[in-house]
Design a protein around this ligand. Sequence first.
Ligand code: F6R
Length: 241
Amino acid sequence: MRTYITEDYQAMSRRAAHIIAAQVHLNPACVLGLATGSTPIGMYKQLIEWYKAGDLDFSQVKSVNLDEYAGLAPTHDQSYRYFMQTNLFDHINIDPANTNVPSGLAADPAAECRRYNQVIRDLGGIDVQVLGMGHNGHIGFNEPGDAFELETHVVDLQESTINANARFFASRDDVPRQAMTMGIKSIMLARQILVVVSGEDKADIVKAAFTGPVTPHVPASILQMHPNVVLVGDKAAMSKL
Ligand code: F6R
């Protein structure tokens, strides 16, 4: 695992953006696995800036997102499709047809997960998968449990995740109870994984995930078994490593 410790969130975002930009330069038709959440927003801003300056071309890039809430329309401002449009896709020259997010409105979420697995396979797998990490060690919506889940699947969200997400909805009752997420196998099959972490509140889970035992009770701990992980964090998040 390669580890970068940066001064602050902005430097973390720049470093992570450099890693994505390098991938796009070296392999213009690469498949990027993308994440939502607050942590990668600065990285996306940086990529947009470089695109606008003429330094990056996304015209051949393909993307697959980690997850989506079940039941939210792509136009819902809390859907992950909406997040990706507003934080990245609408500002760069990626072909909309090349962007993939599980469909929140799929009538049969389990069938949608099967379709999504096929999408990833048809793309030939993921070149770089961006991951944030939840306070309980979740990656995507793979919550702590007794086993590692495999491919894209439907999950019932845990109370702690519903509570953490409640701030983004008008009320706690509006937070979806289910999501579709790539599984641990889908994530582990990515050729490279870029984990971004920021803030002191992530320090304990960063330590548990990367120096503790590999266990489904800390889903991110499985990343210790991946041959090509880059961990980029600011010094607050990395302070207990
Ligand atoms: C996002 C995702 C989540 C987040 C995680 C961390 O697509 O799947 O696992 O990466 O909840 O979120 P932030 O970055 O807001 O701390």
